[in-house]
Design a protein around this ligand. Structure first.
Ligand code: C5P
Length: 300
């Protein structure tokens, strides 16, 4: 049977950053960072099925994802087949649940899931490191989703990774204010706020502190706080509300504009979510993941 005659599906989880320090602006405008990535159960679903010529994309729910060739999922599939040195014929179905431009890595995770599904379909022609290299050329957050663990420290643009053993699952609340912050704009505004005189601080992340939620809570921070608060003034209030409601860690997700809370006691997440809804936020209950999802045969 030709590999493309089979169909596989994979959950593409969102990520939150338990720590996000922006250390320096590089000469070409990109930023060096230090971060702790954590995958959560809020997820899109990517399915690949036999195609009828070339690479086609079907995004459910009438969501406009722009021109086909610019879509990150299609670009990931195209790069995969370029590296494989052959042509791909497949239909990619994408079911979106992760809000876009929300700091949750949805597009990156979809692209990573596409690479993993194609590698699975073709009998794992690329080792993990090769897949991570391909992913890193498409987007800074993609290698994390290919690294094999739901928890990892990332340096440089996030592609230099130290994977860590997962921590015990915790309840997570994702809250989105309905305002998107494109990543590029967040980095540009941060650079403006810091000014030309900005000198990078040394950031020393004690790696031994990353093996427990309590020590991670003490290291939790996000350098985009000021950018997000300027753009979406209700964010600091929503964060204090989540903290008051029992969250052990409350931060902006990535470069914003969504926020998250991690709860030691899952029963606290429901009432906190209700209060955030009253404030006008969309809310998704989730958990941290103890392992990344695996490809499985698709139905239908
Ligand atoms: O990697 P990604 O495509 O998500 O990045 C979007 C934009 O965010 C980049 O084009 C760049 O302007 C900015 N960025 C940055 N430093 C990073 C990651 C992203 O300046 N480490």
């Amino acid at each position: 049977m030709r590999p493309e005659s089979r169909a596989f599906t994979l959950e593409a989880p969102a990520k939150i950053n338990l720590r996000l320090r922006i250390l320096a602006r590089e000469r070409l405008g990109f930023h060096s960072l230090e971060t702790v990535f954590c995958a959560i159960s809020l997820a899109d679903t990517v399915t690949i099925r036999p195609g009828e010529g070339g690479i086609d994309l079907d995004v459910g729910g009438g969501i406009d994802t722009g021109p086909l060739e610019r879509n990150l999922v299609v670009r990931a599939a195209t790069r995969f087949y370029d590296e494989l040195g052959r042509r791909g014929d497949l239909r990619i179905e994408l079911r979106k649940r992760i809000p876009s431009s929300a700091g949750l890595g949805g597009g990156s995770s979809d692209a990573a899931a596409t690479l993993r599904l194609l590698n699975h379909l073709h009998g794992e022609p690329f080792p993990r490191e090769a897949l991570m290299r391909i992913g890193g050329q498409l987007g800074s957050d993609i290698p994390f989703f290919l690294g094999g663990s739901p928890l990892a420290v990332g340096w440089s643009r996030g592609e230099r990774l130290l994977t860590l053993p997962a921590l015990p699952e915790r309840a997570v609340l994702i809250a989105h204010p309905g305002v998107a912050i494109p990543t590029r704009e967040a980095f540009e505004r941060l650079a403006e706020l810091r000014g030309a005189e900005y000198r990078p601080e040394a950031s020393v992340l004690p790696l031994e502190g990353l093996g427990a939620w309590s020590t991670l809570a003490a290291l939790a921070c996000n350098d985009f706080d000021a950018v997000a608060a300027e753009r979406i003034p209700i964010i600091p209030r929503a964060c204090s509300l989540m903290r008051g409601g029992g969250a052990e860690i409350t931060l902006l997700a990535g470069s914003g504009g969504s926020i998250f809370g991690i709860f030691r006691d899952a029963a606290d997440a429901g009432p906190a979510g209700e209060q955030l809804r009253e404030l006008g936020f969309s809310v998704w209950p989730a958990t941290t993941l103890s392992q990344l999802p695996s490809p499985r045969p698709a139905e239908g």
